[in-house]
Structures are given as C-alpha cells and as structure tokens.
Write a protein that binds this ligand. Sequence first.
Ligand code: OAD
Length: 257
Amino acid sequence: MPELQEKLATVATILRHAREIVVLTGAGVSAESGVPTFRDAMTGLWSRYDPMQLATPEAFERNPELVWNWYAWRRGLVAQAEPNPAHHALAALETRHPAFTLVTQNVDRLHQRAGSTQVVELHGNLEENRCSRENRVVPTDRTPAGTPPLCQHCGSPLRPNVVWFGEPLPAKALERAFLAARRCDLLLCIGTSSLVYPAAALPTEALGQGATVVEINADTTPLTPHASYHLQDKAGELVPQLVTLAYPETSDAGIRS
Ligand code: OAD
C-alpha cells in the first residue's frame, strides 16, 4: 500500500474512535471551489494585492470605496462558488460525531452551505456588514460595488464583517476555539498555511494536551514537522476518502462530488 494510503487508513481508525474532534480549516479547503487562497504563489490574493491597502481599518478610513469594491468583487466570487467534496465530507462527519467543532478562518460560509452547523468563524464572514464606528452587525442585503452604504443609526459607512490586519478576533469565537482545542483528542488541520495567529496556535494547543494532530495540506507548512500525521494532497480528494474510510457503512453520508 502506498505511504499516503497507509497513513489515511491509520488516521481513519483514529478518527472513528476519537472522543472529541476539532477541525481547523483555512483557505485551502475552498481552493477547489474556485475561491482564491491568500498565499499560494501566482493565484493567492496576497501575491496580487497589498493587504495593507485593502484589509486594514486604516485602509478603509483612507479609501472606503476602494476597500468596499474589492470586497464586492470577493463577494461576487464566493456567490458563484459551490461547496466542494471536502466541505460536504466535513458536514457529514459532524453528523457522525456528537463532540465536533469546526473552526474556520474562512469568510466564505461554504462550510455552512454544505450543511455544517457547528462552525466557529474566527475571521468573520462576507455575508454580513457592520458599522465601521459602532460595530453593530447588519445583515447584508446591499453589497454592490460603489460607495459603502451608511449605518442607519449613526451614518458611518458600513464595512464587511471580517477581521482585518491589526484587529482583534471575535472574543467568543476565539474562546470557543481554544476551549475545544484544549479538550479534543483529535485535531484535523486542513488547508491552512499555519502562519496566521492566533488560529495557528490551535494545533499546538491541542498537541500540548496530548491530542493527535493531523495536517491535510497540498504542501508543507510550519506545522508539518510537529503534526502527528501529514497527509499531503488536495483537501477535496483526501477529506472525503478519510471520512469514507472511517465510516464505510455510511460511505454516501452526504458526501457528494
Ligand atoms: P493561506 O493562503 O495562507 O494558505 C492556504 C493553504 O492551503 C496553503 O498552505 C496551501 O498549501 C494550502 N492549499 C491550497 N490548495 C489546497 C487544496 N486544494 N487542498 C489542501 N490544501 C491546499 O490561507 P490561510 O491559512 O487560510 O486572514 O490564511 C490565514 C489567514 O490569512 C486568512 O484567514 C486571512 C489571511 O490573511 C484574514 O483575512 C484576517
């Protein structure tokens, strides 16, 4: 059996017998849905755009229209995207495990569209806006390009409800994620470069408590040498295989390709 298949079989057994599971996802899990990652060479957003001009509170203050329009473009990309087999497999996994937490750095809500319900959003989401002054969250009914709409209460421009560089993460989401990482006995870290903190600290936290940490990534990352297992291939290939191996009796458990 090739090495990857052997590792998959081993991890599938661990998955099946896990008491409490945390899954941490990053942009790589949505790459096969056509949503660009941030740091992949050539296709990554940060290889083409300067985050300091587009994803900081200062950038929004300086040029709200530029930032708003860049997010309108990203919202358009996400609206056209569909969840891929990795999203579907994770939604199916949740139905198998009562103690399951899916922590994501993604703002595209493709996990929820695939049917996941236990999703902790660390970096916010593109579906909502919030007031740039008072932080009041406003469901997004108007996101066309142009000038940002204004808050009905204070008249300040609305901004996407995402976390920008230099901003704190939502406290409740962060607390839930760290509590779950400390409690779990298995953490699957899928499609993230493991470069951005505090999210990148979650696998280390789990390892520190004796959990098994499995990295699924098309490439290697700073986590790779520390992970208990590194499964190197596309998430859309590996995650459905893993869930099917762990639960052969429910091989079509919501996993669509
Ligand atoms: P990155 O773009 O930094 O990393 C994506 C990771 O996914 C890389 O390690 C790739 O090797 C891997 N990858 C790409 N395609 C894959 C595939 N099909 N299957 C499996 N792995 C694949 O994205 P994140 O780690 O999510 O923050 O970035 C973290 C944060 O940095 C983002 O949430 C965003 C960004 O700045 C904010 O905007 C606050």
